[in-house]
Design a protein around this ligand. Structure first.
Ligand code: V47
Length: 441
């Protein structure tokens, strides 16, 4: 097959031609699932611009002409953490300078201020606090919902959920999902709306043991999200790359997420297409679910109301590739990924995760100009106004990391897309100042 001309500039003196991308292009055009081998070719190809163009093609097929943002607020309830992950600059020990734990009154005040700013979402996460009782967390969710009933609480990463099951003495190694279910049900009852995607890091035991030993491993992280989906809660997922992992390990991470999403979508009634021979071989070691691709032309995207017993439906909404920032962490000696690697990684995520409705370029970590470029290379969402962010502080930023709606919408428009305000569940929002409602589809 001949290489299609692209409008991208070349990274080297002349145009780079990579014959392997021809057969990958054919699969993408037909909406077929890519193999891990295809993924390796996308990572290794010298023709990064065609990789980006292919991801852009898929993204435009799924979300023609639009890109999403939201008005949100991050709330870190505590940075006190029982763990000491090498990659993390956020955590503090209880008596260390800078350690904090927010009171319920402070959280209520934050919720009121979120409402005043017109936010539709509060993104709530924190360290694994060794001493707070379980009730603190249900009270926290209830407090936000009481002060701001319209706000969606997206809260608690998988490792926090397991920590809560432990402090509530509900976690049993022999039946860990029972404890996870217990915690998630209580948080949902209190008003939790969905789970954020944090804490996934890289689903590989070698990388896990070297960089984040003590955190839950991939099987437990996936269990938490599966149980959340079974309870009708949507969730997101991340991959933290550019530290001590190999690209092959990133691909395995993507494949594990893809399989988990196949199962979630199958539970919602999506029918899959038969796996190709190559994919069957890759999947031979586990119970096979049908391959469900959402990137094919004309496929109906899941919506919060497309199935499942509760609000949200029960599937992964978006993958958020997170570039590693070494500053202030124990891995400070590492360089972290460069801009082209970030762009390629986002494009590969779009192409490999063919059953994920959305790919998010989180502007806080990618920067706004890079997120804009990413909109043309696979991303359809740049996240939101954020306001406070304590987990990474790029280039010496403070915790006040806010961007205005005007800047978000300008960035999207300049990239050639119509900005669409969304709620946490990717429903269109109609707005009049700080008052808003979801547009019924
Ligand atoms: O879980 C920690 C990562 C995550 C570093 O679900 C680091 O919509 C880079 O998950 N360099 C938190 N990354 C952020 C997160 C997130 C952000 C925006 C939206 C959503 C969503 C989720 O940040 C952590 C960890 O994986 N992280 N330290 C670091 N030095």
């Amino acid at each position: 097959m001949t290489q299609t001309a692209t409008s991208w500039p070349s990274t080297s003196a002349g145009p780079v031609f990579d014959g392997r991308l021809g057969s990958i292009r054919e699969k993408i055009v037909a909406g077929e699932r890519l193999t891990l081998e295809d993924g390796a070719a996308l990572f290794e190809s010298p023709d990064i611009w065609t990789v980006c163009e292919l991801a852009g093609l898929v993204r435009d097929r799924m979300h023609p002409g639009v890109a999403y943002y939201n008005i949100n607020r991050h709330l870190n309830y505590s940075n006190v953490c029982a763990l000491s992950c090498k990659f993390c600059e956020f955590y503090r020990k209880k008596d260390q300078p800078g350690a904090y734990t927010r009171s319920l009154d402070e959280i209520r005040a934050e919720a009121r201020s979120a409402i005043e700013s017109g936010a539709t979402e509060m993104h709530v996460v924190g360290g694994l606090h060794p001493y707070l009782p379980f009730e603190y967390y249900t009270d926290l969710v209830r407090a936000i919902r009481e002060e701001a009933p319209g706000i969606h609480v997206k809260g608690f990463t998988a490792v926090e959920i397991v920590h809560l099951a432990r402090i509530a003495k509900q976690y049993k190694a022999t039946d860990r999902t029972a404890g996870i279910r217990w915690v998630l049900s209580r948080l949902k009852e209190a008003g939790l709306g969905s789970l954020p995607g944090g804490g996934a890091e890289v689903f590989d035991d070698r990388v896990h043991d070297e960089a984040f030993k003590g955190k839950i491993r991939s099987d437990v992280w996936l269990d938490v999200h599966r149980v959340a989906h079974e309870l009708g809660l949507n969730s997101n997922c991340t991959i933290l790359y550019g530290h001590i992992e190999q690209r092959a390990e990133r691909l395995v991470h993507m494949d594990m997420l893809r399989r988990a999403q196949d199962e979630a979508l199958a539970r919602l009634g999506y029918e899959g297409v038969p796996a190709t021979e190559a994919q069957s071989a890759e999947r031979a070691h586990e119970v096979s679910a049908p391959c469900i691709t959402l990137t094919r032309p004309g496929v109906e995207q899941p919506t919060p109301d497309s199935g499942g017993p509760g609000e949200g439906g029960g599937y992964f909404q978006t993958i958020i590739p997170l570039p590693f920032f070494p500053d202030g962490s124990e891995l400070e000696y590492l360089p972290g990924p460069g801009g082209l690697e970030n762009l390629r990684m986002l494009a590969v995520c779009r192409l490999m995760l063919d059953n994920f409705p959305h790919v998010k370029a989180f502007w806080i970590m990618q920067t706004l100009p890079m997120s804009q470029l990413m909109l043309t290379s696979g991303a359809d969402d740049i996240d939101g106004t954020v306001v406070w962010y304590d987990i990474t502080k790029v280039g010496g930023a403070s915790t006040h990391q806010e961007v205005t709606v005007a800047s978000l919408t300008k960035a999207i428009r300049d990239a050639g897309y119509e900005p669409v305000e969304r709620d946490t569940l990717y429903r269109r929002v109609s707005r009049d100042g700080k008052d808003w409602s979801v547009v019924q589809s």
